[in-house]
Design a protein around this ligand. Structure first.
Ligand SMILES: CC(C)=CCC/C(C)=C/CC/C(C)=C/CC/C(C)=C/COP(=O)(O)OP(=O)(O)O
Ligand SMILES: O=P(O)(O)OC[C@@H](O)CO
Ligand SMILES: [Mg+2]
Length: 238
């Protein structure tokens, strides 16, 4: 069974942002989250990625929390010891095929150290037109619930994707749309991310998805706020 089938909550840390006040990666690991993902769109460099990933690996020692890299481009992928794996986005509603197969082809050409046994893909559906990721990938964010459900089904049934990721980065999504994606999946796991900031928003999105991803909150409000979202998601799943 894939690791993420057991997860309810992920913290996504962005190497272009600092942790809240004097918090540490160990504090992040102690929030009760199930996994840490390292990724971001803007201002990413290999150095920042390497430093952050090392910090996460160090901070999760003693906590049973896996660390995954979620690369936004080929140039930021690093291969440190102790990393659990790679979750590589494929943007199903991208306006440019570069974000479906092009960047991936370039990565495979240039990276001689890809560990395929721990490299998995995520079928992204990007829905907040204001987010950098939407601009970056020229995503079509005008989709309705039926469109999103159909993309989710295409991803699982035609492209064999194990993870579908409904991405509202920066804003809380439409529960009806998230739920439509969830209902469209058979075995695949639905990740939801965007704007989750407290118990209630986590509870709501937890009811419409399998795994809730919390990003900006860890940088802007810190681990106490993240812990509340863990509680909300846990309540939604029980
Ligand atoms: C082939 C390789 C190794 C990489 C390409 C992977 C692809 C297709 C990336 C496309 C962009 C994407 C889906 C990145 C995932 C990370 C993500 C969604 C970060 C959040 O983005 P924003 O919140 O919009 O950006 P900032 O937080 O940086 O403003
Ligand atoms: O930063 P937020 O809005 O929590 O979004 C989480 C994640 O889906 C971003 O890729
Ligand atoms: Mg962001």
């Amino acid at each position: 069974m894939n690791a993420w089938s057991e997860w309810d909550h992920i913290v996504k840390v962005d190497p272009d942002k600092t942790l809240y006040e004097d918090e540490t990666f160990e504090d992040v690991a102690a929030t009760g989250t199930d996994a840490i993902m390292v990724g971001g769109t803007l201002g990413m460099t290999e150095e920042k990625m390497a430093e952050y990933v090392e910090g996460c690996i160090e901070g999760t020692r003693g906590h049973d929390i896996p660390v995954y890299i979620e690369p936004s481009s080929a140039g930021v992928v690093v291969h440190p010891d102790g990393l659990d794996g790679y979750l590589v986005p494929i943007v199903f509603n991208a306006g440019d095929i570069a974000w479906v197969t092009g960047a991936h082809k370039e990565w495979v050409r240039m990276d001689g150290d890809i560990q395929w046994d721990v490299t998995h893909t995520e079928a992204y559906i990007v829905l907040n037109e204001e987010a950098s990721v939407a601009e970056y990938t020229q995503a079509d964010c005008t989709l309705d619930a039926a469109d999103v459900a159909a993309y989710a089904e295409v991803a699982e049934q035609m492209f064999g994707q194990d993870i579908v990721y409904v991405e509202y980065s920066g804003t809380l999504g439409d529960p009806e749309i998230v739920g439509a994606a969830h209902d469209a999946l058979d075995e695949a796991t639905l990740f939801y991310g965007g704007g989750v900031h407290d118990y209630d928003s986590a509870f709501e999105m937890g009811q419409h998805s399998d795994v809730v991803v919390v990003g900006d909150l860890v940088h802007d409000a810190g681990c106490a706020a993240v812990r509340e979202t863990v509680e909300g998601v846990t309540a939604a799943n029980n």
